[in-house]
Every structure is written in structure tokens, then in C-alpha cells.
Design a protein around this ligand. Sequence first.
Ligand code: ATP
Ligand code: MG
Length: 556
Amino acid sequence: MSEEILTNAPESRANFITHIIDEDLASGKHNNVYTRFPPEPNGYLHIGHAKSICLNFGIAQEYQGKCNLRFDDTNPVKEDVEYVDSIKADVEWLGFKWEGEPRYASDYFDALYGYAIELIKKGLAYVDELSPDEMREYRGTLTEPGKNSPYRDRSVEENLALFEKMKNGEIAEGKACLRAKIDMASPFIVMRDPVIYRVKFAHHHQTGDKWCIYPMYDFTHCISDAIERITHSLCTLEFQDNRRLYDWVLDNISIERPLPHQYEFSRLNLEGTLTSKRKLLKLVTDGIVDGWDDPRMPTISGLRRRGYTPASLREFCRRIGVTKQDNVVEYSALEACIREDLNENAPRAMAVINPVKVVIENFGDKEILKAPNHPNRPELGERELPFTRELYIDEADFREEANKQYKRLVLGKEVRLRNAYVIKAERVEKDASGQITTIYCTYDPETLGKNPADGRKVKGVIHWVSAEENKPAEFRIYNRLFTVPNPGAADDIETVLNPESLVVKHGFVEPSLANAKAEQGYQFEREGYYCLDSKDGSAENLVFNLTVSLKEGFSA
Ligand code: ATP
Ligand code: MG
């Protein structure tokens, strides 16, 4: 997807799902719209979830409907309240509000148990005692039908008694499970008598030790939707076949109608990025990154710490749209969204990342200069810039010799210091290794905010920071975490890690940045967009994260 196409995307959020909703409302099938975002609290949310959040909450907003936040918590072993809390914080930060209190699928464990009993009584569910291996063998394959379990035709009474025993903790894990009685020859494997309850002696973060049987996702999800009166249940394409089971369960239990309907859309895949909680968890547990909110992580909390704004992520989700086509979105499409936002909104400031000293020999006292915070937005005000005899400029902005293409400072030539005067490099001082330690210059006092009077042309402009009044700062320059476009396909993630995904530099920023707020983005002129790190940065210890380069394709 090229940036042009994205930039020209229509303003409207219309997509195949809104068309379905429009029809449902027009035909009277539904007279309201109710969606839900159903994360499993087994990891932090990532950019793929942002797509689902914007879709579900966005549709509710657009149709003056409602959207629930529901934790799909049927797998207590992998879940944790830390994840519950982070998910709530991320959804709110993205700018969305769920209806009422957050819900938990575990709120419905009693109801789910009741519906399981109903299925047993209708002869539509049975307790199976095949071992997990046998069950796999009996299931068949994509090309061969499965075969019936020898336990399939137990009486209702026997099933009720065994299910009761499962619930009471009298049956060991893996020794029995409850299965829906559907069709072992179905071409859809999910319909071959899927397991709907299993024994698991696990403490649950919401229900404690009340249960030792837990319902499976497919049984839980549809019933939770129906209990919450969800109208349109939106999920990703891998659940397409599961829709048959979703409908089968709801059709066979006595639950209030009209029933919710499941619609599938394609998941977001982002070039060079992992969008699987399981794989992201491994990066965290293996210590490859500094936690779920490491600024290199594609998690919402990582992007936030990196300096992405909620508006930029919502805009990204709007641009990528919602379809049923599998695709991979270029990483530059995400970067374009934050770059546009920061170009418009971020105050400008000066930071020297690879400092070299400049001494202005014909300059005496300190002067306080003024600079606009934003070139096109006078309402953002001005800041003070101390201009002193000793300054820092970036090493890359000086050469002893250069051709005309190099529009920076060259020995014997002039350059403009941004927001200040024109200076001329007169001579340099080097250390024993030949490294330049000081550039001695003169300045032209008549050039503040105007060109030299005699018509000399000074084309280049470079940034600078006073060497006497500044704040030392650490710069964390981030590059892609992986060296390949599809890291998810790598057998060993260690082999595709970019060793330069984080480069740390130490330099100086102008003194006005002593008041930098965490997550506030700045454009460091000629360097890139940066924000103060929310974890390690403070007024005493300025640590800035590179959010994004100034231009596409520019590598720091
Ligand atoms: P993961 O593979 O990262 O574990 P998941 O689908 O298991 O993802 P859930 O917590 O179950 O994670 O996801 C909550 C919702 O977010 C689901 O409706 C799911 O379909 C959606 N979702 C997850 N990943 C993506 C993605 N990459 N693009 C769009 N939606 C996604
Ligand atoms: Mg899932």
C-alpha cells in the first residue's frame, strides 16, 4: 500500500461491515447497534488490536450504539490481572469508552454451565473419556472424516452424572471432557464434536478456585455475545469456520432472540512486525526487549512510549480500512501517520546529538534570542535561546573541505545558525588522533534574522545548542527490531534481530527542554521527532526516544 493511496483514502469509514449494518437497520432486523471488543488477557495489546478496537468502538460511535469491553478469560493458566489492567489503560488511551463496567466471560460461567446442561438434556452434548491422543486420531483430517467416539451415545442421565463429577473435581485433567454432539463427518473440522468444557485445576484471576472445569472459547464467545445482546460480533478471518459452531450453539439453546451474528474481517499484518501476543511475550521473557512497552515493540504501550499519539493510531486504522482481503501493510504507512501529526502539532526545538564545540571568537556577552515554537503556528508562542561564545553543533555539520552540494559549515565558508547569526569557520583544533575538538569561528552581528548586507549568499542552515547553557541528554535512536519483512516466519527469532535496533547517543538540548513532558513530541530540527521517555526520562535525566525520522526512508 503506497503512501499516496493511503493519503487519498476517502474520509468515510464505510466498509463491508457498515453496509451490512445499514441493511440490518433498514430492514428492521436490528434497531440498534451493539459491538464488543473481546481481548484475551494473556498479553498486552498490539497494533493489530488497535484495528479491532477502532472498528468496534468506531462503529458504536458512528451508529450511536454501544460497545462493550469484554475479557475473554476462559484460559486461566495464561491470563493475568496485569494484562487486564494494561488492556483497559490502552483502550482508554486510544480514546474510547466502553459501555458500563468491563465485562468478563467468567461473569457468565454459571450461565454457561446451565447451557451446557441444557445441551446434555437435549441429547446434544456428551462426556467423552477418550484420551487427548485418541481424540485427535478420531477427529480425522481435512480429507478424511472422523469417527464417532465409543462414549458418544451415553444416556442423558449418565452424561449429567459425569459432568457433575467433572464439576466437583472428581475427574482428573485430561480424563474427561464435554463435547457437543454434532457431526464427526462434517467437512468443517470445528463441527466434529468440538470440546465445549474441559477439566482444569487452575486458579482463575476473577473466579478464584470456584471452578475446576472451564468452557472453551467457541462455546463461551457466542453465548457471551448473546447475553450482552451484541448485534454484530466482529472478529478476524481465522474464525470463519467457527461461525458454524457459533450459530449451532446459539440455535440450540434457549437464549433471548434476535441472536448476534458473527462477521469476519482480515487481520492487520504490518511489514517487519510481529502481531502475535505469544511471540511478543517471548521477546519479553527472553529479555530481547525491555518489557512489553519497549519503544521497539508494536504494542500500544510501546508505540505510546515511542511517541505515537492516539490520533495517529486512529488515523492509521482509518487509512488501512476494513476488508476481507489478507494483506501486509507497509511500515511506512504507520510512520506517515505519526509524522503528519507531529509535523502539524509538535513544538520545534534544537538538540545536538553528536556534539563538537564551536568557539565564536569575536562574540562577547551572552545574548538571549527568541525562536518560534512552530514555524506555521504563531499561537504556540516562542521560547528563549541563549546564544553564547561557545556552542555545540553536530559533527556531521562540519567539514574541512567539501563541494557545493554540502550546504553546511566548511572551513573558510559561512553558514547560518538556525534562529541566530551567520558564522564563518576560521580554523580547527584537533586532538592527537586527528579528531576535531574545536572549530573556531567568527560571526556577523548584522545577520540576526536578515541576510548579509553586502549581498553575500549563505545557503546552509544548521542547528546548534549553547555549550554554556544547555541540558545534557540521552538520545535513544530506534531502528527496526528485525532485519526481515516477515519475522513471524523465522524459525529462530534470534537470527533475524537487528543488532542496531537501539543506538544510544549522548549530547545536548536547548535549556527550554528542561520542562519536557513525557510523551510530548518535539521536532528536533534537522534530526527527527523525539519524545521524553516516560520510564527513564525526567527533568534531571533527559532521555529522548526517536519517534520517527523527519522524512520517509531516512535512516537515523
Ligand atoms: P494474538 O494472535 O496476538 O494473540 P488474538 O486474536 O489471540 O491475537 P485476542 O485477545 O483474542 O488476541 O484479540 C482480541 C480481538 O482483537 C479479537 O477480536 C481479534 O480478532 C482482534 N485481533 C487480534 N489481532 C488482530 C490483528 N492483527 N488485526 C486485527 N484484529 C486483531
Ligand atoms: Mg484469541
